[in-house]
Design a protein around this ligand. Sequence first.
Ligand SMILES: *[C@@H]1O[C@H](CO)[C@@H](O)[C@H](O)[C@H]1NC(C)=O
Ligand SMILES: *[C@@H]1O[C@H](CO)[C@@H](O)[C@H](O)[C@H]1NC(C)=O
Length: 437
Amino acid sequence: MAATLARLLPLLLLLLPPPLREYLSASEIQHGAKDDAATGVLHPIVMVPGVICPHVEARLTEAYHPSVPRCGAMIGKPWFGLWENATDVPAHDYLECFKEQMSLVYDPAANEYRNPPGVDTRIPNFGSASGFSDKRPLHTALCLAVLRESLESIGYHDGDTLFGAPYDLRHAPPLPGQSSEAFYFEQVTRLVEDASSSNGGKKAILFGHSYGGLAALEFVRSKPLAWRSKYVKHLILIAPTIPAHGFVDALRNLIQGTDKLYVPGTTPLSLRATWRTFETAMVNIPSRSVFGHDPLVTTKQRNYSAYDMEDLLAAIGFGDGVEPYRRRQLPRTRGDFQAPLVPVTCLYGVGKSTPRRLVYWDGDFDAPAELVYGDGDGTVNLASMLAFDDKMRQHPVQRKQFKSIKLAGAGHSDIVQLQWALQRVVQEIQEANRVPS
Ligand SMILES: *[C@@H]1O[C@H](CO)[C@@H](O)[C@H](O)[C@H]1NC(C)=O
Ligand SMILES: *[C@@H]1O[C@H](CO)[C@@H](O)[C@H](O)[C@H]1NC(C)=O
């Protein structure tokens, strides 16, 4: 009898629907291969990395009018890595061209950011959890490489149960009612649906770090409720930059430039003009609701609070930023709080010195600020995290499926690199997997 069953089993398995079949055949070989045992048991994960991680490819058409002739060298050629290998930029004497082709243009008629005419861009390796990386040679761990290894050690496989959703780092997710052709929610929708159906209909765990946390949160909020409950198992936000709240360090990047846009041989200041064309530069400006009338930027003559951002933009020589700030950014920070209404875990680092006020005493905004510190993860202010926690807890439905974990001593970036912090992250993922649904 047992022998007959054993012979019949492979045939019987074929008759079962895929999820069960995968589960059963996996347990058959459990003792042999640890990794295979996980197939069909784990919920697929979609990872959304931080802002420095995604690559950008470009293609130039005849409509492109380069400011200097040599920047037109790639016109009519196939797609090339514009922002992929930062060393390539100076190696090909491409810095001026990089700045021009990477920049966005704000179009007031459409209230949209777009590429300069004749520059097409796309984000390569969409779907893979290993298709993005830090451009700085010595910082390989920031882009979730260590987390990916930890997940692989508990049975996850890239392209199988583990996926990645790199985005165009220059853009911000649209608000409900705002259009943004450039952001990629349609692609993520298909990725999540495919990941679920190739894993026996299991819902996906969405995981986002930093700006990727913002993208993951806004993605979920943008989907209809029925879609969320069909496809989203859990949303795990690690050190998310909350769109409606902002943090003071984002102002510093806007004022002085940032090394997020790293190219060997450049300074944050020399790439500042390019950074300022990105909506990303604007989207984490400290909000009135969290920072109130606290002075955030101080000069001898004046204090600027969250209510004075338009004046500040003008004062730092970025008057062009006033209109998109008013028409795209301010509306983000107003209106009712939209709860994602799926199970959410937030993990934040705390207890690190975090810029709370920037002092440019002589009014020289090109020189590094003197910093006044407060609590946070070194980048995002604690006040901003707590305000998000409050909103989530005030929502009668969301509060039953919300957990906020503060990791003392973990920084904004090393929260995805430090072993002890990562263990906590992996534990949350395992717990999400254990909850039946
Ligand atoms: C990056 O570009 C540099 C200069 O062109 C080249 O030497 C190096 O091999 C490239 N690195 C990778 C990983 O392709
Ligand atoms: C700026 O704010 C600080 C602290 O609130 C205050 O002491 C200072 O007088 C203000 N400076 C100006 C120029 O208003």
